[in-house]
Every structure is written in structure tokens, then in C-alpha cells.
Design a protein around this ligand. Structure first.
Ligand code: ADP
Ligand code: MG
Length: 269
């Protein structure tokens, strides 16, 4: 089961991981209210759909040179005009397919001054039966492209479930990201928090792209793409409330009512 970015960040926050302040919004008025609760002067208006690549995405209904599905705003008025342009429109990204997805929710987030963008993800590695991490200095980019063009810039390692995250994992990640001192410590802490969230909530995949260091030297999770192992949802009734059926395939929803693990495919079957 997939969830929205803002919900994923709320889960990460439960485990202490550093995320920005923000509020979801279902209407332009709610977006303005949300922005008023944030300190400013930089805000980010983020489309909430179950797909990545939103920043570089395009809205079907807007001119080709219009901004994408993640937009910076320097005033409440700008938050309002972005919200108006985005809500109800169809965002097409590299991950939505050509049909795109209608944006029905926004996340209004405190803007960060980004110094560096990294990539961090965790997944279940079936080969080793462990949680594996993928880490790269090339954040904010398409990780498949990085893996293809510059595989040396990607570090992967798996974690022994008996020990969990160890100090050496933190040092390895900090070194791979070129971090020292205070940032290395913060990165190691975040790694432990992310692992705890992953295991604690039975996640299947967690992608933080980008993980950033701000110009003030703070490590932060700026994006969060989370999916849970559907077979373990019975253990987490609180997660069922995060489900957004408008984002799911109607056939999969119907199948799930009958306890079937059904995955809809493209084409005519
Ligand atoms: P997606 O991966 O779907 O494009 P992201 O959440 O990664 O969406 O946002 C795209 C880009 O927008 C990020 O790589 C980052 O540069 C910028 N961005 C996102 N959130 C913020 C924020 N809170 N403050 C400043 N910049 C942000
Ligand atoms: Mg991202």
C-alpha cells in the first residue's frame, strides 16, 4: 500500500527523523491557511499523488512552459496562485504514465535552503532476506539513471536483523556522502531512525530523494515515498487510515476486499 509524501513524513517524524513543518490542503483556502501557519518567507507547494518525479512533471491543462508539481513560493499570495493552478489539474510525471494523475491534495511545506541533495532508500532485499539501503551523493535525480551511468556513485549495503543499524553503518553512509563532523553524526542518526521506521511499520520501500543538508548545516528528509507490505497491514490498523483509494486501481481495491493480492497490469488481458 502506498501513501502520500506528507503521510510518509508524519511516520518518519514519529521515529524522530528530521522533516520540515507542513500541512496538507484539499482546497485553495486550506493552502492559504496552511501557509499562514508556517514561518516563511519561503514556502513549497507540493502536489500529493502516489507517484514521484512531481517537480519535473507537467500539468496537462496548463501551457507547456508552466511550472511543475512542486513549486517554491515567496509569499502567501504566491502559494495561493500555485494552489489554484495545481488543484484539480492532471499531473503527468515519469512515474504516472501518459494519463497522469489528478492532483486533489497539496502539501504546503516550509521551504529549506538547500546546500546538498543526496539519495537514501531502504527496501527488502529478498536475496539476503534483509533490509538493504541504497545511498548516493546524486540526490534529486533519477536514481535508475545514476545506477546506469555512474554506478560507482551508488552504495548499497544490507543490515543484519539481529544487530540492526550499527555505528559502522552510520560511518559508511557519512563517508559515501562526503559528510564529516556534525553532519556525519546527524546522517548516522537519521539512518537509525529510518531503519526503525522501516522495520516498525513493516515498510516494503522507503525512498528519501532528496535527503538534504541545509545551508545551516542541518540534515533533513525533504521527500518521502513510502509503501507498506500489504500482508502486514493487519498489524497496523493506524496505517489503514492513511489509505487514499482515489489513488488506487479500482480492480486492486475490489480484490483487496476479498483478501486477494492482485496487481493490475497494463494492456489487454
Ligand atoms: P519529486 O521527487 O516528486 O519531484 P520532491 O519532494 O523531491 O518531489 O521535490 C522536488 C525538488 O523540489 C527537490 O529535489 C527539492 O530540490 C525541491 N524541494 C522539495 N521540497 C522542498 C522544500 N521543503 N524546500 C526547498 N526545496 C524543496
Ligand atoms: Mg523526490
Amino acid at each position: 500500500m502506498n501513501i502520500h509524501e506528507y503521510q510518509g513524513k508524519a511516520v518518519l517524524k514519529e521515529y524522530g527523523a528530521p522533516v520540515s513543518a507542513g500541512f496538507p490542503a484539499l482546497s485553495v483556502a486550506e493552502a492559504v491557511e496552511a501557509a499562514k501557519k508556517l514561518p516563511g518567507p519561503l514556502y513549497v507547494v507540493k502536489s500529493q499523488i502516489h507517484a514521484g518525479g512531481r517537480g519535473k512533471g507537467k500539468f496537462k491543462e496548463l501551457p507547456a512552459d508552466a511550472k511543475g508539481g512542486v513549486r517554491l513560493a515567496k509569499s502567501i499570495e504566491e502559494v495561493e496562485s500555485h494552489a489554484k493552478e495545481m488543484l484539480g489539474n492532471t499531473l503527468v510525471t515519469a512515474q504516472t504514465g501518459p494519463a497522469g494523475k489528478q492532483v486533489n491534495r497539496l502539501y504546503i511545506e516550509d521551504g529549506s535552503d538547500i546546500s546538498k541533495e543526496f539519495y537514501l532508500s531502504a527496501l527488502v532485499d529478498r536475496e539476503t532476506s534483509r533490509v538493504a539501503f541504497v545511498v548516493s551523493t546524486e540526490g534529486g535525480m533519477d536514481i535508475e539513471k545514476v545506477a546506469h551511468d555512474t554506478p560507482e556513485k551508488i552504495l548499497t549495503f544490507s543490515v543484519d536483523p539481529a544487530t540492526g543499524i550499527m555505528p559502522h553503518h552510520g560511518r559508511t553512509v557519512a563517508k559515501a556522502l562526503g559528510l564529516g563532523g556534525e553532519q556525519a553524526k546527524q546522517a548516522a542518526t537519521v539512518l537509525g531512525q529510518v531503519y526503525a521506521a522501516f522495520v516498525g511499520k513493516d515498510m516494503a520501500m522507503l525512498e528519501i530523494n532528496p535527503l538534504i543538508v541545509t545551508t545551516q548545516g542541518q540534515v533533513k528528509c525533504l521527500d518521502a515515498k513510502v509503501s507498506f507490505d500489504s500482508n502486514s497491514l493487519y498489524r497496523h490498523p493506524e496505517l489503514m487510515e492513511l489509505r487514499d483509494e482515489t489513488e488506487e486501481d479500482a480492480k486492486e481495491i475490489e480484490a483487496s476486499k476479498h483478501d486477494l493480492a492482485y496487481i493490475a497490469l497494463d494492456g489487454t488481458i
